[in-house]
Structure formats: structure tokens, C-alpha cells
Design a protein around this ligand. Structure first.
Ligand code: PHB
Length: 397
């Protein structure tokens, strides 16, 4: 008998007797397949997500309920076909327990049917189109939905002298979500949206669109661009003298992404955005998170993408613990639903009905901190425990 056959026979007999030795069972690692855009236009997102996931493991240990947690990072380059192929490979070849990451909406959607077929939780740590969670009952989101940010911004604007707005968004899922939810809420509060502009996602040139905004002269332009694109837009906005012409720049927090904020310089001062995470969020948990993240990453500041991955790992760890390291996909999913805890961003809950995140949305203004001379999104108001407005509206129809 060959050695492997012999071992197999022993294990088979042991399993038959119901006495699989725990040391053996524990040898099977718990694998998390992380699909991230590590190269290409959205590489900043991949870099933030990877750094935060690794920090979580470093801080909380890589053994949970007797299982060694293994992160397998794949670079999907931001292309949906590649994301789908890699998800397939992770499921079939690596036999991952969980799929996670998903830096852009089309990437999350590409993997969704595979999550459903294989009954594997898909933790969306970054993408923000509201409907994503409806693409598979195995999707759990730890990032944000664009309507959470946009509707909160739309409530604030008309109470603060902004009555006439042009919207300018990236022309795909999250941009359209941001545009639609902003318009709906803003109009219901008496505001007027005079023009809606949509900019291509890939290699955008904002100048013709900004020129149009300038010609219209609204009180404000409401912007959604994905993380990484904000600096170019803000620069062109100021170069055109639009701030001096009295047009205000508002948006979801993607625009003043913490990763890029310091690079924007004084151009960014005074921009008001609404979102779920600021590196300047004044809590002890956040201070610890920001300090540890910077220390582990050469001074890089975590942005809202990072907190999505950090909390995504938390949800995975809690599910492993709750199922005592033995949970299959459906058991892990069940353990994730309804989870509630204090994140560095503030209190969060995974909505057991929708598997989307319920969280505070903060209003923030870009200011320079005299203490370290750096730019931050300084929170000045909060909408508490915001559920995804898109799904709330559907429920109430
Ligand atoms: C998305 O594709 O869903 C997405 C990407 C970047 C963001 C927000 C949403 O900043």
C-alpha cells in the first residue's frame, strides 16, 4: 500500500467512526480569494484594499477557530471577464471558502452567478452600485451604496443655499445611482437639477463637461467619480476658475478620497461631500486604525476603500468564529447576516434582509489641520444608521 493510500484508509476509518482527529481537520486552511484591481486605472483601489485586508490579519492573527486564514490575491486589472475567470479558478482550483474584494461594480457583478452556483459568500468590499446585492443571495457588502452618500448630500444642499444644480457623474452603475438618488431627494426638497452630465469611465476628459457647467452657472455641481479620479477633476475645476465664478463643488466622498487628498493641495479646500468614512473620524478605534495602517504601509493614509476591506475581513472572521471553523458557504452567510459592531468608521450592521451595510453617513468639509498641515475631510454633521435608500424605496412601493 502506498503511503497516501494508507493515510486515506486510516482517515476514512476514523471519519466512519466519527472521530476525525481535530488536529487533522484544523490543517485545512480557510481560504479567502481576494479579487482586486492591482494594476491599471484603478490600482489605487486594489492597493488600499490589499493593505487593509493584510493589516486586519496581522492585527487579529491568522488562526481563527482553529483554521489558518490564507489570503489569495488575484489582480483582475479592473476587467470583468478577467474577474469572472479568476473567480472560477479560485473556486475550482484553490477551493476558496469566500470570495472578496471587488473594486468596481462590473467586477462584482461578473462573479455573482458563480457565488450563487457554488454557494460561496461574495464579500463586496468596494463596489457601490445599490443593486449589486440583488445579483446573488450570497453577496454581502461592507463598502457603501452610492444612494447612501448621494441622498444625504441632496438633503444638506437645499438647506445651505444650493437651489440649482448640475450633476456630473461617471457613466456606469454607481454614477447613475448617484445621479438618480441625488435628483430624487434634491427635487423633493425643492431643488432644481438643470442638467445631467455623464462622463465615460475609462480615461475620462472632464474639460468639455466642466465647460458646460461653467456656461450654465449653477449654484453647485454635484459629482461622482470613482476613487482615484477626483484629483484630475478638482484641478480642472479650479483651473477653469469655476470656484471663483461662485460655483460650489459637492459630491459623494469618492471625490475627496483620503488617498489623494493631500496631492490636491489648496484646490480641495472647502469641498463638501457626504460619505461613510474619513481618516479624520474622531474615534479612538479610528485613530488606532489609521496609525496602524500608516505604520504598515510607509505612511500611506487609509481611504474609504481600505475601511471596506478591513470591515470585510472582520465580517469573515466573525463568521468563522460563529461557525466554529466548520461552516460551509450557507452557514457562513447566515452568520454574517445581522452582524453589528463598532467599526473605525462608526457603528455598522449587516442588514439581515438585504445583506447591505447600514451605517452612518457623515457630512464633511475639506480643511487643513494646523497640527500636521495635512488636508482632511472634517466631519461636521451625521445621518445615523442609514439603510440603502434604493432598497428602502423599493420596499415602500
Ligand atoms: C464602483 O464601481 O462601484 C465604484 C468604484 C469606485 C468608487 C465607488 C464605486 O469610488
Amino acid at each position: 500500500m502506498k503511503k497516501r493510500q494508507f493515510l486515506g484508509a486510516i482517515l476514512g476509518a476514523a471519519a466512519f467512526a466519527g472521530i476525525v482527529p481535530s488536529a487533522m481537520a484544523q490543517e485545512k486552511p480557510f481560504k479567502v480569494g481576494l479579487l482586486l484591481p492591482m494594476t491599471g486605472q484603478f490600482a489605487t483601489t486594489g492597493r488600499q484594499l490589499e493593505a487593509a485586508a493584510k493589516l486586519y490579519v496581522q492585527e487579529h492573527g491568522d488562526v481563527v477557530a482553529g483554521r489558518k486564514v490564507e489570503l489569495i490575491v488575484k489582480d483582475d486589472t479592473g476587467v470583468p471577464d478577467i474577474s469572472r475567470r479568476q473567480a472560477q479558478e479560485l473556486l475550482v482550483k484553490d477551493k476558496v471558502d469566500v470570495l472578496a474584494g471587488f473594486g468596481l461594480t462590473p467586477l462584482a457583478l461578473a462573479a455573482a452567478p458563480l457565488a450563487t452556483q457554488s454557494k460561496t459568500p461574495e464579500i463586496v468590499m468596494a463596489a457601490g452600485t445599490a443593486s449589486i446585492t440583488e445579483a446573488s443571495p450570497y453577496i454581502v457588502r461592507t463598502s457603501v451604496t452610492l444612494p447612501q452618500g448621494a441622498a444625504t448630500m441632496a438633503k444638506w444642499a437645499p438647506e445651505n443655499g444650493i437651489k440649482k444644480v448640475v450633476t456630473l457623474v461617471s457613466d456606469y452603475g454607481p454614477g447613475i445611482d448617484a445621479e438618480q438618488s441625488f435628483i430624487e431627494e434634491f427635487k423633493s426638497k425643492g431643488g432644481e437639477v438643470v442638467e445631467t452630465l455623464r462622463v465615460p469611465l475609462r480615461n475620462p476628459d472632464f474639460s468639455p463637461f466642466l465647460q458646460k457647467v461653467r456656461d450654465i452657472q449653477p449654484d453647485a455641481v454635484f459629482v461622482f467619480v470613482p476613487s482615484g479620479a477626483g484629483a484630475a477633476l478638482v484641478k480642472q475645476f479650479v483651473e477653469r476658475g469655476m470656484d471663483k465664478a461662485g460655483i460650489r463643488l459637492i459630491g459623494t466622498g469618492d471625490l475627496t478620497d483620503d488617498d489623494l487628498l493631500n496631492g490636491m493641495g489648496d484646490d480641495a479646500l472647502g469641498i463638501i461631500t457626504a460619505y461613510h468614512y474619513s481618516a479624520a473620524h474622531p474615534s479612538e478605534a479610528n485613530k488606532q486604525f489609521v496609525d496602524a495602517f500608516k505604520k504598515a504601509n510607509n505612511g500611506m493614509r487609509p481611504n474609504f476603500m481600505a475601511i471596506g476591506a478591513y470591515d470585510g475581513m472582520h465580517v469573515i472572521y466573525e463568521a468563522i468564529k460563529a461557525t466554529d471553523g466548520k461552516g460551509d458557504g450557507p452557514a457562513l452567510l447566515a452568520a454574517m447576516k445581522g452582524l453589528s459592531y463598532e467599526s473605525p468608521r462608526g457603528p455598522v450592521t449587516i442588514d439581515p434582509e438585504t445583506r447591505d451595510i447600514i451605517q452612518n453617513i457623515y457630512l464633511r468639509e475639506v480643511k487643513r489641520d494646523p497640527a500636521d498641515g495635512e488636508l482632511y475631510n472634517i466631519e461636521f454633521d451625521v445621518a445615523e444608521a442609514v439603510k440603502d435608500p434604493y432598497k428602502e424605496a423599493k420596499k415602500n412601493k
